[in-house]
Design a protein around this ligand. Structure first.
Ligand SMILES: [Zn+2]
Length: 419
């Protein structure tokens, strides 16, 4: 029987990176290959001659000769919905890290600045400020974004952030994985204990009922939430239909990583201070580690995360921009450059973490993150001769074309398909 003709064929790419689970050398490189797309899905990938019979008069053929084809980037950890800016703080801290001196100078600093900037902003403006960042992410090749709440720390404000996640997914050509992060901190006018009580009795049930969040996150660190407090909050999240994930090991090791393994969380993110024993537990329990090169760069972190013991432990790694007021980054290609140069990640590993690894961190690896028959057709055509050029060309946007759900969503440097 003749196979059904494809809607789109991307033909004769210099390199295709398939990035599936057991891909050779982590990325499954095919030279001079083609990809066929039909009804929003990838229908076949292989050599040019294998795919050629799927072309008929109605097929749109895209010539990718001299270019690189990869899965769409999966930016699996962001705080992209927020109001205002912290550019003044960022620049002041380039001069000194003496926080007392900065306070004396009256420099507005920290999450509380963003808290009031976000709470005070009308819904439409909060959407538009966030959408502007998301558009830039899309232009840089991101097809799925995880987006956390966490800059309101009251029920109404956190719900508003989750609603904006929903509207972003409806209006822009991007998939959003929405996360409730009411436990980003606690409200400035409350004790931690009182806030935890409100989280468990009011905020988490409300977020769960709304169906606006698929995961529940928390900041586990010294001076933030301790391991057992995290367990209470994340168990409450799970009871209300939100899967747990955790910020762990960013500035100290207090055991959040071990909790992630015990609870088989979606992901454990940051991992700067995580000991090898905890990395091994994460790997054994199938939890994805998520590393964030942008924040280490933006805050000039005292201890950069080290990917080598993570790879030795057999941990699947996702990688993300961590786009937030303290790390204003919308570019996964820039994050790949940082991961390679600043953290010594081989480019193939970085590419896998930016695609398949990110999909694993969102438990969407059955749908996205790789170029395989049956997967959602989220595909990038990059105007560079080799995938290593993503790491090598600093600050350059290599994106030529973005295909999402089998439709062209970015071409000639513009987002199309916007509603
Ligand atoms: Zn974060």
């Amino acid at each position: 029987m003749k196979k059904k003709a494809a809607d789109i064929v991307i033909e004769n790419a210099a390199q295709i990176l398939t990035c599936e689970k057991d891909a050779a050398d982590h990325i499954g490189l095919i030279k001079n290959g083609s990809v066929a797309i039909g009804e929003g899905k990838i229908t076949a990938v292989g050599s040019r001659s294998e795919i050629a019979p799927l072309i008929d008069a109605a097929t749109r053929v895209i010539d990718a000769s001299g270019k690189v084809v990869t899965p769409g980037f999966v930016d699996c950890h962001t705080h992209v919905v927020f109001g205002g800016t912290r550019v003044e703080e960022y620049c002041a801290r380039l001069e000194t890290d003496d926080l007392d001196e900065l306070k004396r100078r009256g420099v507005p600093m920290g999450i509380m600045v963003t808290l009031s900037a976000t709470r005070d902003l009308p819904m439409e403006e909060l959407y538009e400020q966030s959408a502007e960042r998301v558009r830039r992410m899309i232009l840089s090749g991101t097809t799925t974004i995880e987006s956390k709440s966490g800059y309101s720390l009251n029920t109404e404000g956190e719900m508003r952030q989750l609603k904006i996640n929903r509207i972003l997914a409806e209006k822009l050509p991007v998939d959003i994985s929405s996360t409730f992060l009411g436990a980003h901190g606690w409200a400035p006018d409350m004790t931690k204990e009182a806030y935890m009580d409100m989280l468990i009795k009011e905020m988490i049930p409300e977020a769960g009922r709304s169906g606006l969040a698929e995961a529940c996150d928390i900041w586990c660190d010294s001076g933030h939430y301790e391991k057992e407090e995290c367990r209470k909050i994340l168990e409450a999240g799970r009871e209300h239909g939100m899967e747990p994930k955790i910020h762990a090991g960013a500035y100290s090791y207090v055991g959040g990583e071990d909790l992630a393994a015990e609870m088989k969380m979606y992901s454990a993110d940051h991992l700067n201070y995580t000991p090898i024993s905890a990395l091994e537990k994460l790997a054994e329990s199938g939890v994805t580690g998520v590393v964030l090169p942008g924040i280490d760069f933006a805050v000039n972190h005292p201890l950069f995360f080290n990917p080598r013991p993570m790879f030795e432990a057999g941990l699947e790694l996702g990688m993300a921009t961590n786009c937030c007021p303290g790390c204003w980054c919308t570019s996964m290609p820039f994050i790949i450059s940082l991961a390679c140069r600043q953290h010594g990640m081989p480019p193939a590993r970085a590419l896998r973490a930016a695609t398949y690894g990110g999909a694993c961190a969102l438990k969407r690896e059955d749908r996205i993150g790789s170029i395989e028959a049956g997967k959602q057709a989220d595909i990038l055509i990059l105007d560079i001769p080799t995938y290593e050029d993503i790491a090598y060309r600093l600050g350059e946007n290599p994106v030529d074309t973005v295909i999402r759900h089998g439709k062209i969503s970015v071409q000639n440097g513009a987002v199309i398909q916007e509603i």
